[in-house]
Design a protein around this ligand. Sequence first.
Ligand code: FAD
Length: 425
Amino acid sequence: MSTETILVLGGSFAGLGAAHYALKHTIPQLPKKDGTTYTVTLVNPSKDFYWRIAAPRAAVSKKLMPASKYILPIEPAFKSYPQGSFTFIQGSATHVDTAAQAVSVTTASGEHKSIPYVALIIATGFSTPSPLFTQTTDAAALDATYDAFQKILPSAKSVVIGGAGPVGVETAGEIAEFLNGKPGLFASAPKNPKAKVTLISAENKMLPVLREAISKTAEKYLKRLGAEVVYNTKVVSTSTASEGEGAKTIVQLSDGKTIEADIYIDATGVRPNTSYLPKDWLDERSRISCNPQTLRVETAGPRVYVVGDVGSYTRGGVIDQAVAIPVAMTNLKTDLVAHISGKEPGPDRHYTANLSEQQICPVGTSKGVGAFGGWRLPSFMVWLIKGRDYLSGQLAAATLNGDGFKKEGKWKPQPVAARAGLSSG
Ligand SMILES: Cc1cc2nc3c(=O)[nH]c(=O)nc-3n(C[C@H](O)[C@H](O)[C@H](O)COP(=O)(O)OP(=O)(O)OC[C@H]3O[C@@H](n4cnc5c(N)ncnc54)[C@H](O)[C@@H]3O)c2cc1C
């Protein structure tokens, strides 16, 4: 009797979904052979799931967004599965050996392990240049980052945010409202703003996924809170003006101007967590290259899949994962059944990206902009859906518990594609 492992790297939105899916739908449907049992092992640097969506408010105020709303322990969410079917390892993958089908992991206590896999799901996501939006190691370290930020924020007179995607816009709104207060009902700007908040947009509009008119409305809401937007400009570099506490940051802009800021926040994009993987698995943006329909990582040998923002197939975001995770996991099951039974594989399940205008972006605690499925949403709806609590009450626990994957969902069988090492794996 032996045990084979479905190994999931990364315990956030995508990895949690994949692990639940494997436990609910993959393992129970595998053919029984030679008494082999199949289990899921999940590897993540932190033992806690970070509801990163709340980061723009969590960074600004523990009162407005307490940690209990965005830090949730991972292991209890897997207690309902049969004993022994799930293992959590607090650690980081450091190397993948495809020949041996094993992943090297360094645990949080510094131990080195090699974990063999029969199937591998990579969901290691991305890090952000600013530490305010990433749980790099554990919840305590993130908490310390927020403590340090919240110590300097109240006295800041000038805050510059580089990057006018949703993270930059949401952060500018939260910070401007925190420092300058809520404006009067009909006010177009605060009367006596305490701080100048400047958002730098590389393009002639903010929020790339949304139409220009929606970006303009976001600008209007930012102005009401005392935040200004600078368009067609990039942050070229930053340097520290002096040493020690209270040191200002000199922000050099592409138009030749500089801004002296008490706080600079880099919200200019993301860095895929792929440094532990072979370079030939990656695309030009360091994301994992995969078959965009089946989500197999074809260069990585048999039964390796990618889900979430680390994959080349997606423009990112958690809504997309509701489509992608069932695809990758159905193809994993098909490949595993073929591997166990020695029979020809069944049909593939295909992923199709939803590229409609879709994004919801609060601007402070009472306004916001957005669109869903191409339909513009009124500010009140944005507040109702997301602005109240950044979805933490409604969706954080549900995501952690895999509630979105109770069913396998309907799908249309597609022709069988070539797989790496199908006969030999
Ligand atoms: C501030 C902010 C707000 C956002 N708001 C929204 C929103 O409102 N709506 C939306 O759809 N999207 C939003 N996003 C995007 C959303 O957060 C991402 O789509 C989502 O985090 C991607 O999930 P993921 O599981 O693929 O990756 P991640 O969430 O990045 O998780 C990757 C996990 O892998 C772990 N990991 C990294 N390296 C290793 C390793 N070597 N070994 C093991 N584990 C590893 C990480 O620690 C992490 O736990 C937001 C992003 C940010 C930064």
